[in-house]
Design a protein around this ligand. Structure first.
Ligand SMILES: NC(=O)c1ccc[n+]([C@@H]2O[C@H](COP(=O)([O-])OP(=O)(O)OC[C@H]3O[C@@H](n4cnc5c(N)ncnc54)[C@H](O)[C@@H]3O)[C@@H](O)[C@H]2O)c1
Length: 282
């Protein structure tokens, strides 16, 4: 199936990035969220990113204008009923995502693929909720979406060949490198990454070193481009906590126990870069 119309639900940092890259290759994109402010912010961040690319001569003004012309916004998911694919990028909460997939199963045309950008929630759970198991797939982009090449394409047991192949090809058309991953909590990326970030937080909590020192050790000692605490702030500490909880519950193994300092920071509204404070102040 050829993908022409794309719906993106959730206009936060990931949803806005996904809408941008889809619009930039000529897809007709509708970006949805629950409040006008949120879709406005999503659109503003797309505009700002594109403007930066124009000023660095990476794209022309016309490419920027064409990309923006391909994006419309909405507060009503029913407007996505005619999309070829819907990519969900709302908060990492299994009950909220299940409700959304259940309603999308009712709203959308039979052919519509329902993809989730979840960081950790098994796709099979969302497939069951949708009532159209064969059409559900994971499409896990990395942050920031316009820059990062990888997309994990997660195949649930129920995902049909056509759904998987169409999603894999869309990722290639977006100039990304898709990788097939089977349906396990956290997939590959966050099964490996998040326990490391969590361990860095234990190091802060136990006084092993200050955040700057921990980040420097991992950057200069291990060759990581960004220290784990800077990266956690960038991902969003609320999202990091949600992922650790999924790993802990679903794998039923205490090695994935979320760091108590992470829980405390999230309970105080310290979500990292997006709230202005996390392990660092912004
Ligand atoms: N932040 C990352 O680095 C990263 C990377 C890969 C995947 N993800 C995943 O992408 C998803 C979104 O993460 P984010 O960082 O963009 O979060 P975010 O907090 O920046 O944005 C989430 C958006 O979803 C909206 N939302 C919440 N419930 C909604 C609903 N029922 N309908 C429509 N919109 C709704 C919120 O209003 C918000 O604008 C999560 O599942 C996350 O795990 C995040």
């Amino acid at each position: 199936m050829e993908i022409k119309r794309v719906g993106v639900i959730g206009a936060g940092q990931m949803g806005a990035g996904i809408a941008q890259v889809c619009a930039s290759i000529g897809k007709v994109v509708t970006l949805c969220d629950i409040k006008q402010d949120f879709v406005d912010n999503g659109l503003a961040s797309i505009s700002k990113n594109l403007q930066r690319s124009v000023s660095k001569d990476r794209i022309s003004q016309k490419q920027m204008d064409d990309t923006l012309a391909n994006v419309s916004t909405s507060l009503d998911n029913k407007e996505l009923s005619n999309c070829d694919i819907i990519i969900e990028a709302i908060i990492e909460d299994v009950e909220i995502k299940k409700n959304l997939f259940s309603s999308l199963g009712d709203i959308c045309k039979e052919r519509t693929i329902l993809a989730s950008n979840t960081s950790s929630i098994p796709i099979g759970i969302l497939a069951d909720a949708s009532g159209r198991e064969d059409k559900v797939v994971g499409m896990h982009f990395m942050n920031p979406v316009p820059i990062m090449k990888l997309v994990e394409v997660i195949r649930a047991k129920s995902t049909s060949d056509d759904t998987f192949d169409t999603t894999f090809k869309l990722a290639e058309d977006l100039n990304k490198v898709p990788v097939l991953v089977n349906d396990f909590p956290g997939f590959v990326s966050n099964r490996i990454l998040l326990p490391m970030l969590n361990e860095a937080m234990f190091c802060v909590m136990e006084g092993v070193a200050e955040p700057e020192a921990i980040d420097t050790v991992m950057k200069l000692g291990m060759g990581h481009p960004m220290g784990p605490l800077t990266l956690a702030d960038f991902i969003g500490l609320d999202t990091c906590l949600a992922i650790m909880k999924v790993l802990h519950n679903d794998m039923n193994d205490d090695k994935y126990r979320p760091c108590p300092l992470l829980e405390e920071m999230v309970s105080k509204g310290k979500f990292g870069r997006k709230s202005g404070e996390g392990f660092y102040k912004y």
